[in-house]
Design a binder for this molecule. Structure first.
Ligand SMILES: [Zn+2]
Length: 221
């Protein structure tokens, strides 16, 4: 398996914009989309936009990038097409809200993959509303758990062990962020900056709230 991290390349906003262009083309070509190749192309794009590892599930990628699942966009356009007032802003707004709700339902029902991402981002609409939402290589590793963590590299067969190299724990994303004694000093600094203990429930909020300040304090390598 090849691991491409997309470290280089255009900024994530630009990639998101490019992605939207491609998505429009896919939507307008909806009848041909249902074949496997288009789906694979769609997935590749999501991986690019998220700067994520190739093993991340499509469901997680969609939420992280904030890019609505293409099947829901297609459905939304069909509904608007059949509505008499389908071209009005009010109808578009209403159907977009319905679409986000459907997306949330899918996210809630996602049980086999993306469980870590789901813990960090339980509410799709909150995440979408976040002004500072962005994705880069490091944030993606944290949000997906796929990255420089031996629990992950062991799972995909890249390393023989899932043990943390600094302590007797298992090296998951949560272990590095919240538990490993190796990072206690850094963790204390972060906790001092945010005024509370970093946790699964609050980490995304804090990361987005004061990105620059936190970036200077968190070192995960
Ligand atoms: Zn450790």
């Amino acid at each position: 398996m090849r691991l491409t991290s997309n470290l280089r390349g255009p900024g994530s906003r630009k990639r998101e914009m490019l992605y939207n262009v491609v998505q429009s083309i896919l939507v307008y070509g909806a009848p041909i989309w249902h074949g496997g190749t288009e789906q694979q192309r769609n997935r590749k794009m999501l991986i690019r936009v998220a700067s994520a590892y190739r093993t991340v599930s499509t469901r997680a990628l969609q939420v992280i990038t904030g890019i609505i699942p293409i099947e829901l966009i297609i459905e939304e356009r069909q509904i608007l097409y059949h509505r008499e007032d389908g071209s009005t802003e009010a109808a578009k707004r209403e159907e977009r809200e319905n679409t986000i709700q459907k997306w949330q339902d899918i996210w809630n029902q996602t049980e086999d993959v993306a469980q870590w991402t789901k813990q960090l981002i339980p509410q799709v609409d909150d995440w979408l509303k976040c002004r500072h939402r962005k994705t880069d290589y490091y944030l993606s590793q944290i949000l997906t758990g796929h990255g420089s963590f031996t629990a992950y590299t062991n799972r995909i067969g890249k390393t023989d062990s899932d043990a943390c190299r600094y302590c007797s724990g298992i090296d998951t994303t949560a272990h590095t962020l919240f538990e490993c004694p190796r990072w206690q000093i850094e963790r204390n600094r972060v906790n001092a900056v945010i005024g509370s203990d970093l946790s699964t429930e609050n980490i995304v909020r804090f990361m987005l709230q004061d990105e620059k300040r936190l970036a200077n304090n968190i070192h995960i390598h």
